[in-house]
Design a binder for this molecule. Structure first.
Ligand code: SF4
Ligand code: SF4
Length: 129
């Protein structure tokens, strides 16, 4: 299992209507990050502040100039949905996540444990099976 390469595939895929935020995250943004809260409508993210319609790409995803890598403008204030990714090996395979290595595909249970360890600061382990 490699570190994240910042390829941006996950943000690109899930920010097209596939992300959610909790009520407490939205409350925090309303209080301290109105610049994020303006992209929330009726509890949904990410929505256009102008039209109120869903955006097809997260407004906080930033491509690094002249490189094929991406950063998140709201990294420390992003929703748990983003912080928790990636959760499962199956999901990573389907998303073509670049953290996966050939060995991970051969030994998915072991790869899941490595992933949980790598993500220990961001989310609870998935393992409970
Ligand atoms: S908030 Fe950040 S981590 Fe989440 S989809 Fe947008 S750019 Fe990606
Ligand atoms: S798809 Fe995987 S490697 Fe690419 S940015 Fe997301 S977590 Fe990182």
């Amino acid at each position: 299992m490699k570190e994240c390469t910042q390829c941006g595939k996950c943000c690109t895929k899930y920010s097209d209507g596939g992300l959610s935020a909790t009520d407490s995250e939205i409350d925090m943004w309303q209080l301290f990050r109105p610049d994020i809260a303006e992209y929330v409508k009726n509890g949904l993210i990410w929505m256009s502040p102008q039209s109120g319609k869903p955006l097809t790409l997260c407004p906080f995803l930033r491509k690094v100039p002249e490189q094929e890598i991406y950063t998140c403008d709201i990294y420390y204030d992003r929703p748990d949905d983003c912080k928790f990714y990636p959760v499962t090996i199956k999901q990573m395979i389907s998303d073509e996540c670049e953290m996966l290595e050939a060995d991970d595909l051969k030994h998915p249970d072991q790869a899941q444990r490595s992933l949980d360890k790598l993500m220990a600061d961001s989310r609870p382990p998935f393992s409970s099976k």
